[in-house]
Design a protein around this ligand. Structure first.
Ligand code: PEP
Ligand code: MN
Length: 371
């Protein structure tokens, strides 16, 4: 479907204070005092557009702090009245939507554990029908772009025009540096698929700890994201949820001061000339790569034919092992990352196998036909 984003370009949203569109506040609303004091300190920075606080918290294990519930919405309303900040919270079912709207919440977001579930997203969308509120959709916990887009479409179909996406990273089984894998290619592809959709990065949930917040935020800015959602708390060490990743408002100010904002494009003719020339060279190399790949696959098909005729299996593990070791070593010497070599050669190998399979199966069919 075509998503009607209306005036959803972020600079038309209320509260826009210039790039990046900044959403900040505690992971969870804990007490009225914590909510108010964090908001007062953030308001003073004059960079925050929306004050966030989780009211209902989706926790991995029971017996963790699961949020203060509707009581906290009164505190958010007070934040709005006393600081002028817009306020936002996560909704995970229709009851949350009705409650949040009753207290004048300006921005709702759908959490990662909710956007995986089309039934729940539809329930939320139905509750939002005809309402004028900002809605952000976090990526589902699994790296499934279609599911993410599907959730955005459901919200758009309810008539919401101020829609955005939040990239908060993806769960993985292995222990990795970050709490959630960024898989940057997913938000990049989302931008290609829905170019006008604002995308906000949530470095807090990607990082899982304060130490990586700056590098992830900078990366998001370099990839031309529209905004950031960063958790902040007056006393992070004693936060009831996500203590390791929250910043004091002062530390947030310091992080923001170190961010470099680059231009999304340039109109300088000299620079455009240079870029144009270099891009032409890139296009030539991309064509080479495609030609090489085509030639490689033709050889694979010939090999497939021989294997077929001599009745040997397509997969030859020792040969594959030999190739991967060789290209890994050569790639390293050329300054190419092990990740790149691994991804590219596994994909090329799989493609070769597919081509050989086709040769074998077609032959088998011919054979059957002749019988
Ligand atoms: C949150 O923003 O506090 C939160 C629970 O995030 P996510 O849905 O990304 O885990
Ligand atoms: Mn959190």
């Amino acid at each position: 479907m075509v998503i009607n984003l209306g005036n959803s370009l972020i600079k038309d949203w209320n509260g826009y204070k210039g790039r990046p569109f900044l959403i900040s506040g505690p992971c969870s609303a804990e007490t009225e005092e914590q909510v108010m004091e964090t908001a007062r300190q953030l308001a003073k920075l004059n960079e925050v557009s929306v004050y966030r606080a989780g009211i209902w918290k989706p926790r991995t294990r029971p017996n963790s702090f699961e949020g203060v519930g509707s009581e906290g919405l009164k505190w958010l309303r007070r934040v709005k009245q006393e600081t002028g900040l817009l306020v936002g919270t996560e909704v995970a079912n229709e009851k949350h939507v009705y409650e949040a709207l009753k207290y004048g919440v300006d921005m709702l977001w759908i959490g990662a554990r909710t956007s995986v579930n089309p039934f729940t997203v539809q329930e939320i969308s139905d509750a939002l029908n005809g309402v004028d509120v900002m809605v952000l959709v976090k990526n589902p916990i699994n790296p499934d772009l279609e599911l993410w887009i599907g959730a955005i479409e459901r919200i758009a179909r309810a008539g919401i025009t101020r829609i955005g996406a939040i990239h908060r990273g993806f769960s993985s089984y292995e222990k990795t540096l970050y709490r959630n894998q960024p898989n940057w290619q997913l938000p990049i592809e989302l931008r290609r698929r829905i170019p006008d959709l604002p995308i906000i990065c949530d470095p807090s949930h990607i990082s899982g700890s304060r130490q990586y917040l700056h590098e992830i935020s900078q990366k998001a800015m370099d990839l031309n994201f529209d905004g950031l959602m960063i958790e902040s708390h007056i006393d992070p060490a004693n936060a009831l949820s996500d203590a390791a990743q929250q910043l004091t408002p002062n530390d947030l100010k310091e992080l923001l001061s170190r961010l470099i904002y680059r231009n999304a494009s340039t109109s300088d003719p000299k620079l455009l000339d240079v870029l144009g020339e270099l891009r032409q060279q890139i296009d030539v190399y991309d064509d080479h790569l495609l030609d090489l790949m085509e030639q490689r696959m033709k050889i694979a098909e010939t090999i497939g034919q021989y294997k077929k005729e001599n009745n040997i299996t397509i997969l030859q593990s020792t040969r594959w092992d030999e190739i991967i070791n060789k290209v890994m070593a050569r790639g390293k010497a050329k300054g190419l990352s092990a990740d790149l070599i691994d991804t590219i050669f596994k994909a090329i190998h799989q493609e070769s196998i597919n081509h050989q399979m086709k040769v074998m199966n077609n032959d088998a069919k011919d054979h059957d036909d002749k019988k």
